[in-house]
Design a protein around this ligand. Structure first.
Ligand SMILES: NC(=O)c1ccc[n+]([C@@H]2O[C@H](COP(=O)([O-])OP(=O)(O)OC[C@H]3O[C@@H](n4cnc5c(N)ncnc54)[C@H](OP(=O)(O)O)[C@@H]3O)[C@@H](O)[C@H]2O)c1
Length: 219
């Protein structure tokens, strides 16, 4: 059984992740910033952990992470609050979570990032351009640590039902992917504890998610 601390625990990917972790016999501790979310998280099999990334100090977040084996960062401002909030959550929030994991002695850190080609060929807003830059800054920050990190870069997230099949690789063509399948890939990554210091691109595809992650772990 793996204890997984999920930053952004009330998010859409994170909710799928909490449910799937529980089904596989693991335990999610899901950080959420609205007390009203606690019951729903509990119903998914998670332990709700109340806290706001904008208010927590490193030591306080480290305390909340105590006894966890892995941190998954799936938080994001979601475009709300403009560049300032994206910088604060997707950027500074990630750096806070990394510092807290280190302070808590947790070595394994999985970041849900973004596919670099998202938006290519489209006229994107300044907010989106900033979002992509902040996601890259977060990747670079985590990759520069000596933690056992995995950076997962899913394509455009979809709310269609999960298929159980994906395409995963070091460099693959851009595409979309159901959030449930992103969560399934995260579960597999968590269970392959030897899979570290790797950036994985992820879209929908034809390979069962377990095999796709196993192939990367073997390589
Ligand atoms: N949309 C896409 O196509 C796409 C593609 C690739 C990657 N991604 C990234 O994938 C990740 C997961 O996506 P998703 O759709 O699951 O996102 P989501 O549903 O928007 O979840 C993000 C979570 O972050 C939480 N959060 C925001 N501010 C916070 C704060 N101050 N303190 C604590 N938590 C806070 C939100 O809390 P509340 O529930 O309270 O709002 C929300 O639950 C995000 O990082 C996103 O940027 C997105």
């Amino acid at each position: 059984m793996t204890n997984v601390f999920i930053v952004g625990g009330s998010g859409k990917v994170a909710r799928h992740l909490a449910r799937q972790l529980s089904t596989r016999g693991h335990k999610a501790r899901s950080l959420h910033r609205d007390v009203k979310q606690a019951d729903e998280l509990e119903a998914l099999g998670a332990i709700p952990v109340y806290g706001d990334l904008l208010k927590l100090e490193t030591a306080e977040l480290a305390q909340l992470m105590t006894d966890c084996d892995v941190v998954v960062f799936s938080a994001g401002a979601g475009g709300k609050g403009g560049a300032q909030m994206t910088n604060a959550i997707d950027g500074d929030g990630l750096e806070l979570a990394v510092a807290a994991a280190m302070a808590a002695g947790i070595r394994r850190f999985v970041l849900v990032s973004a596919f670099p080609e998202a938006g290519r060929g489209k006229a994107v807003s300044e907010t989106f351009e900033n979002y992509m830059a902040v996601k890259k800054r977060a990747d670079a920050h985590l990759a520069a640590t000596d933690l056992d990190w995995v950076i997962l870069r899913p394509g455009t997230l979809l709310d269609t039902p999960g298929t159980g099949n994906v395409r995963a690789g070091l460099a693959i063509p851009y595409g979309g992917i159901p959030r449930a399948d992103v969560a399934a890939a995260l579960v597999e990554i968590i269970e392959h504890s030897g899979l570290n210091r790797i950036i994985i691109e992820l879209t929908q595809g034809d390979t069962p998610v377990g095999s796709a992650v196993q192939q990367l772990a073997r390589a």
